[in-house]
Ligand binder design. Structure first.
Ligand code: HEM
Length: 405
């Protein structure tokens, strides 16, 4: 039966399995689509590239609920109160100040210096799976890689790495599935306490890593409050973790779904950077960009939005808009002029984009050079996207590996 707008239930477990077809319908019939959040709040889903671009650039669409609501925040689908005071949930001038304090550590030049470190972590993670001849590309490889890299950047001591890894897995799970926040509260509190103690420790014994650099910025004057510092450390862990996991796993899955593109990439390693942009467009890690709010009443395609309404831009939908891409459902690693929004656009454009791109480049380069054959261990129809509205990630990615002889 063809899908209809009545099938659009962003909170149903089926949504992710059929969202690409539903977006086609939405783009045609209701590109700014009204729906209700479970809290009862009015929300809008945006599926066209042009609207998304205008909204990303509009100063009438904001991130900080305090700029549109009095009183309690609407933390539904936000990262929870403990994460509130970070750049992703702020508007200028706070946003400008918070972003500037960490942006120096994330320039392409700074990130390029991490390549050897990322390569070493990649090699270390792949060594045991070489012996076995198979892996879950998520739990064995894509999941630990970004968390080890960000721990190194932040300066998490070696001895705390295992605990840090477990805690951050819980935080990421809570950020993606709000219903787990209450259940995970004790772990989240333990993690906050750990970060607080670590900040104290770094104050006594500074090093050249990011937490110490942020403390310096804080101690120079009243520029980064204690709460903002903690919230920023949280944001860097959450924003940079599952996203990068999904880029590596979804990108590998796209290559499995299109074996001719895998061969093409092996034969033309120069296409690697472009292939990663196509992976970001085709199965981008963030399905729907985090919540925004209408700062005033406005009209979009004849739909009346009120001040305070929630706005969700579907990056997955706009990245397959046929007004922008020829054959948008085709995965083509040599596609030209890929202007995807997988990292967002405008002032909140992903700060970690250079890092994510570099991690993906090292990961794919190593996988293709170490293994002469990589294949999905199960039939494609057994593969499942995890439920949850915001992210696009697979439950598991079982892979058979054959080493280069
Ligand atoms: C493939 C991996 C990644 C993807 C697809 C991704 C995606 C995004 C998107 C879509 C936004 C904008 C959200 C919005 O406008 O509402 C964003 C913002 C952000 N990302 Fe990423 N991200 C990735 C990796 C990372 C990494 C590795 C880090 C850092 C360690 C990071 C840190 C951030 C931060 C701090 C922001 C907020 C920027 C601001 O508000 O000014 N991200 N990311």
């Amino acid at each position: 039966m063809p899908l209809s707008l009545n099938d659009v239930d962003l909170f149903s477990p089926e949504f992710k399995q059929q969202s690409y077809q539903l977006y086609k319908k939405l783009r045609q019939d209701q590109p700014v689509f009204p729906f209700k959040l479970p809290t009862g709040k009015q929300a809008w889903l945006v599926t066209k590239h042009e609207d998304a671009l205008n909204m990303f650039k509009s100063s009438k669409i904001v991130k900080d609920f305090k700029n549109v609501n009095e009183g309690e925040g609407d933390y539904f689908l936000e990262n929870g109160a403990y994460l509130g005071e970070n750049m992703l949930s702020s508007d200028p001038p706070d946003h400008t100040r918070l972003r500037k304090l960490v942006s120096k550590a994330f320039t392409p030049k700074m990130i390029a210096q991490l390549e050897d470190d990322i390569q070493a972590v990649t090699d270390r993670l792949l060594a045991p799976v070489k012996e076995k001849g198979h892996m879950d590309a998520i739990s064995d490889f894509a999941l630990p890689l970004p968390i080890i890299v960000i721990s190194n950047m932040l300066g998490i001591p070696e001895k705390d790495r295992d605990a840090f890894h477990d805690w951050s897995a819980v935080i990421v799970e809570s950020a993606n599935d709000q219903s787990r926040i209450v259940e995970n509260q004790n772990t989240i509190n333990a993690f906050i306490t750990y970060i607080r103690d670590l900040v104290d420790e770094k104050r006594q014994h500074p090093d050249d890593r990011l937490i110490s650099l942020m403390i310096d910025a804080h101690d120079e004057g009243d520029r980064l409050s204690e709460q903002e510092l903690i919230a920023t450390i949280f944001l860097l862990i959450v924003a940079g973790h599952e996203t990068t996991v999904n880029l590596i796993a979804n990108g590998l899955y796209a290559l499995f779904q299109h074996p001719e593109q895998m061969i093409r990439l092996r034969q033309n390693p120069d296409l690697m950077e472009n292939a990663i942009e196509e992976m970001l467009r085709y199965h981008g890690p963030v399905e729907i960009a985090p919540i925004r709010y209408a700062a005033e009443a406005m009209d979009w395609h004849g739909q009346q939005m009120e001040r305070g309404d929630a706005i969700f831009i579907s990056l997955a939908a706009v990245n397959r808009d046929p007004d922008v891409y020829d054959n948008p459902d085709q995965f083509d690693i040599a596609r030209e002029n890929i202007k995807h929004f997988a990292f967002g656009k405008g002032i909140h454009f992903c700060l970690g984009a250079p890092l994510a791109r570099l991690e993906a480049k090292v990961a794919f380069r190593t996988l293709l050079s170490e293994f002469s054959d990589l294949s999905l261990s199960v039939p494609d129809d057994e593969m499942k996207w995890r439920p949850g509205m915001m992210m696009r990630g697979l439950e598991a990615l079982p892979v058979d590996l054959r080493q280069q002889s």
